[in-house]
Design a protein around this ligand. Structure first.
Ligand SMILES: Nc1ncnc2c1ncn2[C@@H]1O[C@H](COP(=O)(O)OP(=O)(O)OP(=O)(O)O)[C@@H](O)[C@H]1O
Ligand SMILES: [Mg+2]
Length: 454
């Protein structure tokens, strides 16, 4: 979650920006570009992972003659997918093959899964393309079927809004782990059989009863979606994986179509995404390049499983072709004090690959100051931030011609509740900003009020 201020009035014109320099790979990048797949590039921030990935895709087309349409390039977030598509378009465009960039299938796992769903409507039991359920839509649907559900083990002590939120979170977590209502019900059954009279097993019994009710609600919710021709976010992966597992021809056709698979930001994938990826590979020649940084796994709260990248290569599909692991060590983005601090912070985290990061010579000159300030209150903090931005504004205007003026500042907050005092202080000084990740629909007080009346 982040809030940042950008200069809404003055963005750098294209002519202000330095001309793009030709890409000259470092020796370690060269290995990552050319080493035969299957390949895992596990490397730290700003070391050129996305650069290598996009150049490797371009190289497959330009030098090795791969059909652009046979290439699948996936990542987790819309932002990362857009960055990958843009960089690829730049490289191919510069080589006079702009049209090829449109043929490569670049997108998020979800958009790719959605495409599979649309291509196999009949096999999935839809008579027309399903509409995608938004979060408010999921709440409405749950509300519509609520009277048909019974909650005894699950106590309705909280507001109904919280109850809906918890149920939908459970359904979504199940989908991310490829667990449907039947599997959830079987798990509840298993727990019931384990439970008995002593305190621990009695506790298990209570949990089982709650899960049983949740599984019934899940089943009803799934049927309600079906009846209305709807799918939700989790279905974009759940349905394709089920389909490929049940109809081998579908997987065969996809493997035939996508001969080369690339993944960026693999550290943020969940269980369903990993399964889908494995189903797209031929055990005879798993032609895949996966890139990521386990230290940047930030989507745990959305089901990301960092073990996906740490254990990549141990899956059965790689039994005949071992995955080569490479690393990149040269960071081009940050100056030494920033890298040193980042390294110190991350060193304290367990379950990670220790990665060496080297400074790029260009970053050894110039300033990078990290400071710490303790403020007496949120209001003081907001005031201090706004004051510093105002003071530094003239300096920022001269910043290497890249992002100028207020666009050179970013304010990151740990919690949304901290936005208020900072925004008010910026407003008081007339500093323009753009707020990213503000209160969502369900966090707005008027919506909370309505929900608590339901
Ligand atoms: N060989 C190179 N020559 C010049 N610039 C490079 C080279 N390799 C990478 N860069 C530049 O370094 C910066 C960081 O590269 P990139 O975004 O690919 O890193 P990354 O490892 O994907 O970062 P992140 O960890 O944020 O995903 C970019 O501006 C990129 O253009
Ligand atoms: Mg990257």
């Amino acid at each position: 979650m982040a809030g940042f201020a950008t200069n809404a009035t003055r963005r750098p014109a294209v002519s202000d920006l330095p001309a793009p320099t030709a890409f000259v790979p470092t020796p370690e990048q060269e290995s990552a570009l050319t080493h035969p797949a299957p390949l895992l590039v596990l490397a730290g921030p700003g070391t050129g992972k996305t650069t290598v990935l996009t150049h490797r895709i371009a190289r497959s087309i330009l030098e090795l003659g791969a059909e652009p349409a046979s290439i699948l390039a996936l990542t987790f977030t819309d932002k990362a997918a857009a960055e990958m598509a843009e960089r690829l378009a730049d490289i191919l465009g510069a080589a006079g093959r702009a049209e090829a960039a449109h043929e490569v299938c670049v997108g998020t796992f979800h958009s790719f899964g959605g495409r599979i769903v649309r291509e196999h409507l009949l096999e999935l039991g839809f008579d027309r393309a399903p509409s995608v359920l938004t979060t408010p839509g999921s709440w409405q649907l749950l509300s519509a079927i609520f009277d048909e559900l019974t909650f005894e083990a699950i106590k309705l002590t909280q507001s109904i809004g919280q109850h809906f939120g918890r149920l939908l979170k459970l359904f979504s977590a199940c989908k991310d782990s490829l667990i449907g209502p039947a599997e959830l019900a079987s798990f509840a059954e298993l727990l019931t059989r384990q439970s008995g009279a002593d305190v621990v097993t009695e506790h298990l019994g209570n949990q089982a009863a709650m899960l049983r009710e949740a599984a019934i609600a899940f089943d009803r919710y799934e049927r309600a979606k079906r009846e209305r021709g709807l799918i939700d976010f989790g279905d974009h992966l759940y349905l394709p994986v089920r389909l490929i597992r049940e109809l081998p021809g579908v997987g065969g056709e996809l493997r035939q179509r996508y001969r080369l698979v690339f993944v960026d930001e693999y550290q943020d994938t969940n269980h369903a995404q990993r399964e889908l990826l494995m189903l797209l590979l031929e055990p005879e020649r798993p032609n895949i390049v996966v890139i990521g940084d386990d230290d940047q796994s930030i989507y745990g709260w959305r089901g990301a499983v960092v073990e996906n990248i740490l254990r990549f290569g141990t899956e059965p599909v790689f039994e005949r072709r071992a995955v080569k692991r490479l690393t990149l060590t040269l960071n081009r983005r940050s100056r030494p004090p920033i890298l040193d601090l980042a390294n110190q912070v991350i060193a304290a985290v367990g379950n990670r690959h220790d990665k060496r990061i080297e400074y790029h010579p260009k970053n050894l000159t110039g300033r990078a100051t990290i400071g710490r300030r303790v403020c007496a209150s949120d209001r003081d903090e907001g005031e201090w931030i706004a004051e510093r931005i105002e003071q530094m504004h003239s300096e920022a205007t001269a910043y290497e011609g890249k992002r100028r003026g207020y666009g050179a500042f970013a304010v990151l907050c740990r919690r949304r509740s901290m936005f208020g005092p900072i925004c008010r202080a910026l407003d008081r000084r007339g500093i323009p900003y753009e707020l990213v990740g503000g209160t969502g629909f369900f966090g707005r007080w008027e919506i909370k009020d309505i929900l608590s009346y339901l």
